[in-house]
Design a protein around this ligand. Structure first.
Ligand code: CA2
Length: 149
């Protein structure tokens, strides 16, 4: 059994990856990204589950359900990053360490993307490295868990 189980959460519209707007979000599909994360988690010897939803409440429910089964969360909340007090409160409520990731550099884009409701309840944020943001986020979270265990 792995020492740590990590939950990767993908928010709204990320199911469209690879099919639209490749200039912003790249050519990889969400399935490709999940596969890369599975491989990386095997190398790191941690357990990993990935979940995507377009529904805020479902993401909140999934965060609540994580508390007994996972030691940390990597989240790309998509547009909910900039709007959702509910997701921020859920993350703060369960108290698991969170790493926030974004494919694009949200600070180089429209002003409304510069604010994250999640950043203040996260250990840290990785933004702008495409699919690699998720891998960097996974590494950062595992490193954080190892140091704090
Ligand atoms: O850069 C990121 O990872 C974002 O979280 C992506 C969100 C955006 O609202 C955030 O500001 C930054 C959007 C995800 C939508 O993904 C699509 C993929 C293909 C086609 C259309 C949307």
């Amino acid at each position: 059994m792995s020492k740590f189980n990590i939950l990767v959460l993908h928010g709204p519209n990320l199911n469209l990856l690879g099919r639209r707007e490749p200039d912003i979000y790249g050519h990889l599909t969400l399935a490709n990204i999940n596969e890369i994360l599975e491989q990386e988690s095997a190398r790191l010897k941690v357990g990993l589950s990935c979940f995507q939803s377009n529904h805020e409440g479902l993401l909140v429910d999934t965060i609540h359900g994580a508390v007994d089964n996972y030691q940390g969360i990597v989240i790309n909340a998509g547009a909910y990053t900039h709007t959702s007090v509910a997701i921020r409160d859920a993350l703060a409520g369960v108290g698991l360490p969170v790493v926030e990731v974004h494919l694009s550099n949200i600070y180089c884009r429209e002003e409304f993307r510069h604010h994250s409701y999640i950043a203040p309840v996260a250990v840290g944020q990785i933004s702008g490295f495409g699919a690699n943001s998720y891998c960097l986020g996974l590494h950062a979270l595992v490193n954080y868990l190892e140091k704090s265990s």
